[in-house]
Design a protein around this ligand. Sequence first.
Ligand SMILES: Cc1cc2nc3c(=O)[nH]c(=O)nc-3n(C[C@H](O)[C@H](O)[C@H](O)COP(=O)(O)OP(=O)(O)OC[C@H]3O[C@@H](n4cnc5c(N)ncnc54)[C@H](O)[C@@H]3O)c2cc1C
Length: 416
Amino acid sequence: MRVRKLCGYCKQAPREDREVDRHTNQHLVPIGATTLWRRSDDSHILYPRLLGNESPASHLGPDSTAVAMGTSEPDFKGTFHITIIGAGLAGLVAAIALAKSGYKVTILERDSELREVRRAYTTKDTPTFTKAFLQWGAGIQIPSNCAKVLREVGILNQVRARSTQPRTHSVLSYKSGATLSKQDMIPIIETAFGAPHLVIHRAVFQKVLVQQVETLPAINIQLGAILDPTLSDFGRGSICFSIDGNETKEVTTDLIIGADGERSMCREILLGRPDPPKPSGYVAYRLLIEGSKILESPETSLHDLVNDPGVNVWQGPESHAVSYMLDGILNLVLFKPSASSSSGASSLKPELVSGEELRSQFVEWEPRIQALLGLVVDCIKWEILETEELKEWVHPDGHFVLMGDSAHAMLPFLYA
Ligand SMILES: Cc1cc2nc3c(=O)[nH]c(=O)nc-3n(C[C@H](O)[C@H](O)[C@H](O)COP(=O)(O)OP(=O)(O)OC[C@H]3O[C@@H](n4cnc5c(N)ncnc54)[C@H](O)[C@@H]3O)c2cc1C
């Protein structure tokens, strides 16, 4: 027995071959592989049965007008093979969601080790503040909407256990340091939006995700996988790749999910042409400073940043800085217009810059910023890249879809 409802978009009863999107109430028409659907407004949606063994009715929402139709759900779980390109945040979360739902998943990751995780972890299960970790590290904010996704995937508790929950959110003047606004976040955020706002180090986040992946036998991660786009035919589900320079092999899969980040090969395969990301006109200086070092500083006005952890946003002209405490370290990221914004994307690799160069960029900023930057020996400068909006994230043949930054890289401060 299959339960269907009236389409909230056209108010008609769905046809036999139509499904309804539980979020928009619009008709979904199957295209290509059985997991890809087209909405009534012609946009696409990846619509697998993500969440375990729910009945179709549970996707329809409590407020729908449900009618019974006499078809049965095709049983392809377990034999339906999904290959995800890239073991970044998007690829790992998608793999966990799909495997928990019963699908067979392979992740093909280009790097022969997950570099960010390696920089943070030596032999212990807690991150160590090595030089590389402090230079290359970065925090990530997980706002409530993202925390809800993690809850749906069944991993919010694990992520939360390794995260910090900021107590306040403050907006400050870049020049005087005056507080322009201050908002309590606990418990308001969780009460209002139904999930917490968390901050976590990216490597810790990735490690938690990898640990989850390791508990799921349906997922196979292949590191060091080098794709050959000339031999592959993603629209057909065919992927050619080699491992560590060995012989190229071809696998055919039911669905390919391209999750290979902003410098995405998958995106170019979908488009059928080069499409390198372009400079957005901003650079980010990303810093980690040990909390103990800040507390030793004679600049006592810094101590509250450690002792009373919150998200602080300093607003300046065309620039801003964000700080928050992770587990024992202060994450500080400073955004400025980029001097090299007109140069080509190929030269836009992360660059190590000295503390002097960093400080010279923020001489007019308030004393606490000066004092924090005074603690920095060097840091990485990141050119912030953007990609143009794509009309389609799905290959017309229906076996290939993009997600994460490969589909929609954008300025990191657009989330708020
Ligand atoms: C300064 C800054 C601050 C940010 N802050 C936040 C924040 O607070 N909160 C937030 O939600 N987001 C933030 N973001 C954005 C966030 O980091 C990205 O959206 C997110 O990391 C994208 O995840 P992804 O999995 O799509 O890509 P990535 O994390 O980049 O992962 C891509 C993976 O694919 C692999 N790969 C690449 N090419 C290939 C290939 N050809 N074959 C196989 N594998 C390949 C890579 O090695 C990598 O493992 C920030 C970004 C920046 C720059």
